[in-house]
Design a protein. Structure first.
Ligand SMILES: *[C@@H]1O[C@H](CO)[C@@H](O)[C@H](O)[C@H]1NC(C)=O
Ligand SMILES: *[C@@H]1O[C@H](CO)[C@@H](O)[C@H](O)[C@H]1NC(C)=O
Ligand SMILES: *[C@@H]1O[C@H](CO)[C@@H](O)[C@H](O)[C@H]1NC(C)=O
Length: 427
């Protein structure tokens, strides 16, 4: 190409670029003030007046909000709701030989501490700078930038796609919808809860609109637009939190991720009772490859009397509950439980994303390298924790992310899962 032609092309490009920038600036000035008002209104709804606030080393501000002023009570169904500060029942723990371990334990002691080896305690970063007093709950304050990163004020804190995997649709044509990829174990039946212990990692995220998470799903409904879901685990999601930290999260929806539900306390619904754990807060420390392993235990179960779904985190810390009235199908029971990882692969440069799942290692690498879910259990109709009868596995592209189940006495039903994403076998 001659120099003149090159110069001419550059000039045209420069002109187009300037014109586009001008149009964009004019448009955003026009819509800017209205959006600003909308963002401020939403911040006002989400951030309740705190009794005190704690600055976390990771940049978060943790507001201690009186339990009765939390976002849950903005929900129209919860206007007259009387808060429950504790569940009526905990599930009994029946081991695989049918022995009732609950009846053998001192009820004041946590079920875990007597039976598993001691694991180093996981805390949250903000604990180094203070505590929330009794009668309040810690809430991660939403900042203006958080909302501005979302596609719209309305979508802030919501998943943009159905992110569960439906076993009956394991059909090559449906695989890789929206680029969401899973490596999970699942069990179908009639369930009243689920439990697992998972180690915590800090997977690398290829670009900010992708995420990597590891969680439990409790699902009910016809898997159409009426799907009910309760979810909890850890995630790295730059768009949601503005950083690459590993964070504890929860999610719920009663209409297949459309209008209802959200992450954490970013909409009204989940009622928190615990004053120590900030949902959405960073988890620390994180497992190291070939080094110390840190894991968290999550138990979600339905109170047989009130029907609310309670969540317990770690050694006996009850975080709170999803009121039964939020749900249709889950006001009865769950029909599918899933455990495992999910990532978003936008394949933006025509290749598979390098976003890692779990530790980024494949399951064959095993303990201290791969990520795991161990002591996987379900809660049956008699409120007993049991090993799942049938557990199947699923992954869309095993060469990118995979899952391998095992069973032994110490770890019960367990599996390793994860992977690096892009690699020579996953181009
Ligand atoms: C709450 O209580 C008021 C007064 O008793 C009643 O009119 C209203 O219907 C109740 N709302 C809900 C959602 O139950
Ligand atoms: C297991 O033990 C607990 C505590 O003693 C008891 O409440 C529960 O009914 C027992 N469950 C079964 C199935 O035996
Ligand atoms: C998150 O990590 C990616 C690289 O994996 C980096 O490009 C990005 O700047 C990080 N984002 C933040 C908010 O730190």
């Amino acid at each position: 190409m001659t120099e003149v032609k090159l110069f001419f092309r550059l000039a045209v490009l420069l002109y187009l670029f300037t014109a586009a920038r001008f149009c964009y600036a004019a448009r955003s000035r026009f819509s800017g003030s209205r959006k600003n008002v909308e963002v401020l209104k939403h911040l006002n709804r989400l951030n309740k007046r705190p009794t005190n606030s704690i600055q976390s080393p990771d940049g978060d501000i943790i507001d201690c909000v009186h339990v009765s002023h939390q976002p849950a009570f903005d929900h129209p169904f919860l206007k007259n709701h009387t808060i429950k500060m504790a569940p009526n029942y905990h599930p009994n723990w029946i081991n695989k030989d049918g022995i009732n371990l609950s009846s053998m334990m001192n009820p004041s002691k946590d079920e875990q501490s007597s039976s598993f080896e001691k694991h180093e305690a996981i805390t949250q970063l903000w604990h180094s700078n203070g505590k929330c007093p009794k009668g309040t709950i810690p809430i991660r304050r939403t900042k203006k930038e958080d909302i501005l990163r979302a596609s719209s004020v309305k979508r802030y804190g919501k998943k943009s796609f159905s992110t569960f995997m439906q076993p009956s649709s394991i059909d090559p044509d449906l695989i890789n919808q929206n680029g969401h990829q899973h490596a999970i174990a699942y069990s179908q039946g009639e369930f009243y809860g689920a439990k697992a212990t998972m180690n915590v990692w800090n997977p690398k995220i290829h670009q900010s609109n992708e995420f990597s998470l590891s969680q439990i799903w409790l699902l009910g409904g016809s898997f159409a637009s009426d799907l009910n879901s309760i979810e909890a685990g850890w995630q790295v999601s730059p768009d949601l939190y503005g950083d690459n930290n590993t964070r504890l999260f929860i999610y719920w929806t009663s209409d297949a991720y459309q209008a209802t539900g959200c992450y954490n306390l970013l909409c009204s619904g989940f009622v928190q009772t615990n004053n120590e754990i900030a949902i959405g807060g960073s988890i620390s420390p994180i497992s190291q490859s070939h080094g110390s392993q840190y894991d968290i235990t999550i138990l979600i179960w339905k109170d047989p009397e009130e029907g609310n779904w309670w969540m317990q985190f770690g050694n006996g810390k009850v975080l709170g509950y999803w009121p039964a009235t939020l749900f249709s199908y889950l006001s009865d029971s769950a029909s599918l439980i899933e455990w495992g990882g999910e990532v978003v692969n936008t394949a933006s440069d025509g290749q598979h994303s390098t976003t890692q799942m779990g530790s980024g290692a494949f399951p064959e690498e095993g303990f201290s390298k791969a990520s795991y879910f161990r002591n996987i259990q379900i809660v049956d109709e008699s409120n007993n924790l049991r090993d799942p009868k049938d557990m199947n596995t699923f992954s869309e592209q095993p060469n990118c992310y995979n899952v391998q189940t095992h069973n032994n006495d110490k770890w019960g039903s367990h599996f390793y899962y994860g992977g690096p994403g892009r690699n020579p076998n996953c181009p």
